[in-house]
Write a protein that binds this ligand. Sequence first.
Ligand code: NAD
Ligand code: 2HG
Length: 634
Amino acid sequence: MLTKPLEQTYFIIDFDSTFTKVEALDVLGEISLIGRPDRDDVLDQIRTITDRGMAGELSLAQSLEQRLRLLNAHRDHLPALIETLMTKVSDSFQRNRSFLSEHADQIYIVSSGFKEFIVPIVTALGVKEDHVFANTFEYDEKGNIVGCDCENPLATDGGKVKLMRSLQLDGDVYVIGDGYTDYEIRESGLANRFYAFTENVLRPSVVEKADYVSPSLDDFLFDNKLSRSHSYPKSRIKVLLLENVHPVAVHLFEQEGFSVEIRKGALDEDELIEAIRGVHILGIRSKTNVTQRVLEHADRLITIGAFCIGTNQIDLTACSERGIAVFNAPYSNTRSVVELAIGEIIMLIRNVVSKSNKMHEGVWDKSANNSFEVRGKKLGLIGYGNIGTQLSVVAEALGMEVYFYDVVDKLALGNARKCRTLEDLLAVSDIVSLHTDGRKDNKNLIGAREFGLMKEGVIFLNLSRGHIVDIPALVEAIKSGKVAGAGIDVFPYEPKTNSEEFINELRGLPNVILTPHIGGSTEEAQENIGTFVPGKLLEYINNGSTYGSVNFPELQLPLLKESHRLLHIHRNVPGILSQLNQIFAKHHINIKGQYLKTDEHIGYVITDIAKEYDEDVVAELRNVENTIKFRLLY
Ligand SMILES: NC(=O)c1ccc[n+]([C@@H]2O[C@H](COP(=O)([O-])OP(=O)(O)OC[C@H]3O[C@@H](n4cnc5c(N)ncnc54)[C@H](O)[C@@H]3O)[C@@H](O)[C@H]2O)c1
Ligand SMILES: O=C(O)CC[C@@H](O)C(=O)O
């Protein structure tokens, strides 16, 4: 928080690696040394000198003089330098250009860089030209850069301190920069606070001296309650990704500026309770159970991404009650499951697994006994959703007759035939493949009775969820010969990590393909999921859209433009919308757009309002009875 009124507070901002992402003289070297065979070596030398200067190991005069000599630059290189620097303005400065222009009277750029390139960049973002204090180049008669104006205090050691002394600013002075010379202003007593700016570079020796660390300008503005583009600094949004989620997801969150923690395996309940504190976004796959107890400790959780299809591992009702929106990837891995199912059906009906195992033992068993084509065989699909329907189409293309049973009345694709009951399907199928969702009611959907109703020598596949099949009953059916071959990818208990042993009664049985829940584990599917789920989570975090959520009323919202967006999640009881609108009316707030969607349990109201608003409104909205969660987007 500011300690003096805003008009009496001055912001002293460094240029290189703070206002811009780069050191300008390094970039100038990349331009001026083009064509030189030793370019990379010289650039390395320049960077080393820059770093040593920044860390306080070299005097400024030494650092400037050594770098300018190595640069071999010319006046004609400057337009290209400015053009490049224009694209290298730090992201958080770009985002908060309105802060720079609105408070131009209080903002000063103090740099030991050069005005020739600093002025065009910073004035383009609203800083006043006469508030830029920096060096100027000296040229020879041919326009070569040969040095700098030595009379300028900023070309000398302790130059920033001398310059600040001459400015005689009357008020509080906050310095934002990444280098030791920025800290020196604070050390000299000419600044009240030094903020080490670490968005582009983190120098431990500087951070150690800082009063505060600002990972971005958003953080600085947030901490001082100043006008800003984001309601909450992105670097403070914590993402926890479990179960080896694809690296593309990590990259997408990091690119957004979030702090990401990754863990390879799943966590058990107690471990997750420990890890979930302070986390805003949780990413899991099928093996992490997000229970009511876990959610009770999730003090900051806004949203959960299931980087898979199934969401049965998440207590969705408890999530809704806490205003936590859950998203999954309903389509990204469906094709991979279908391809594995088709492959397994062919392998099993040809008895390939047993034959292959024997070959490894040296047994040559060439015979056609119990080997069949899939063409003309009856494939029975239990569950005709995204996977069931795709499998239906591909299986028909191989000449199979497809039958399906679903609890919901589904349209048959191609020539597939709908069965009225599960029993009808079991009686007719040569191959039974399970593709229902993992709802609790489906526990042991297939047990001894159902195996009893299947044809002798049936092929059985489960690539859906482990608890849907009674494993002892399946073992018995395999041993008795009722099931001639089985492909099982999912199990009631699955190891949490690759180092845990897989223990199951199905091990060692003949003509059984066991796979470690990899139906959806292809490079393509995982990359698709790794892109799709963060897309949904970011839309929700940044824009409030819930389209595709599995537990929230779905709303696809327009982009936020020139407004603030208020997101109000409440228990679905009568009268909430009217209470919210009464608060807006009381404070004369101009509503630019409003959206409401409810489901059985919760209501979700989005209100876009004009940027100027009375802060009391937020407190009043939060206090409306039955409010579950409230967020404000800038
Ligand atoms: N092995 C893997 O790696 C892997 C990969 C992706 C999906 N899955 C699992 O595959 C299953 C199917 O996925 P999907 O995307 O097709 O799901 P989906 O939700 O699109 O389809 C499931 C279908 O099952 C039906 N259903 C539910 N209970 C039923 C019952 N008792 N009897 C008959 N029909 C029933 C539903 O009405 C729905 O049509 C899910 O359990 C999913 O978690 C596994
Ligand atoms: O990758 C996983 O852990 C689960 C894959 C699959 O079962 C799903 O639900 O999409």
